[in-house]
Write a protein that binds this ligand. Structure first.
Ligand SMILES: [Zn+2]
Length: 290
């Protein structure tokens, strides 16, 4: 059974640990994430963007795969199916598809007022269905916004205004960036995180762009109120690297290694291993039903 992400993230705030939200791309990706979470008895959020959903033939297919694997694999830890960076329209589609958690990213709306208005509407609808909601203030730096050395810093007052709408967790820029970090990156702003935390209290905060931030810095952010850490690029990179190594070694030419179950296995094994490392780094291992 899939759950929403509210209880697991509230428990994480109380227990001062973080929960990984891994993006999925297909059935094997989902299986690898679930394998890692179950082995370490960690709650987990599996999330999907519109782009990755299109690749998998729609939100419903993604949700059905996650749900069916949780059932088939006899997963015992809490698993949430979350929409990552949904537009206003995406949210309704993912809700209809049975997602248990939704991120409405109104940071790209023309005005903050529109972000507020639409977030309030989505919160009302989702809560009537037991679905958790993540909202976003400001924007997260990254390639799609033009490469910048430093991510954006969210306005604490805007964070409070959105938090007061009843969102269950909040994404706010504290210098983080999507994708890989430039070498001259300034790091996360713990000062801004503290200012946001002071106004939003126990609301779980979300760190987007979890790939390549030094582990100690992520752990410091967790200590200061971050409860959900989004990880996408990291797993893509380890998957690609393991696949490349397999092919470069020439093993793909041996026996029946052209079989996708053999050809892609090193990549998916690498996802399991890396996801387990991150779960331990974030401290959610053993917190299955904390
Ligand atoms: Zn993001």
């Amino acid at each position: 059974m899939l759950v929403n992400a509210t209880a697991m993230l509230q428990a994480a705030v109380k227990g001062h640990y973080g929960i990984a939200a891994f993006n999925t791309n297909d059935l094997e990706w989902t299986r690898s994430i679930l394998t890692a979470a179950e082995e370490l008895q960690s709650p987990v959020i599996i999330q999907c963007t519109r782009g990755a959903a299109n690749w998998q033939q729609g939100f419903k297919v993604v949700k059905d795969i996650v749900e069916d694997l949780v059932d088939y694999m006899k997963i015992t830890v809490p698993v949430a199916m979350h929409l990552d960076h949904g537009t206003y329209e995406d949210c309704f589609e993912a809700i209809d598809a049975g997602f248990t958690s939704i991120m409405y990213d109104g940071s790209h709306e023309p005005t903050f007022d529109i972000n507020m208005e639409r977030t309030a509407e989505i919160v009302k609808l989702c809560h009537s269905k037991g679905i958790s909601v993540e909202a976003e203030v400001g924007g997260i730096g990254g390639v799609e916004d033009g490469v910048a050395s430093n991510g954006e810093l969210a306005d604490p007052e805007e964070c409070k205004a959105i938090a007061d709408l009843g969102v269950d967790f909040l994404a706010c820029g504290i210098g983080n960036i999507h994708g890989l970090y430039p070498e001259d990156w300034a790091g996360l702003s713990m000062d801004r995180l503290a200012e946001i935390k002071a106004l939003t209290g126990d609301l779980p905060l979300v760190l987007h762009g979890g790939t390549g931030i030094p582990t100690a810095m992520v752990q410091e952010a967790i200590t200061n109120g971050v409860a959900k850490i989004n990880v996408n690029t990291d797993l893509q990179v380890v998957m690609a690297k393991a696949t490349r190594a397999f092919i470069e070694s020439g093993k793909d030419l041996e026996g029946k290694n052209y079989d996708p179950r053999k050809l892609l296995k090193p990549g998916f094994d690498a996802i399991v291993d890396r996801a387990k490392e991150l779960i331990v780094d974030f401290g959610s291992d053993g917190k299955g039903w904390a």
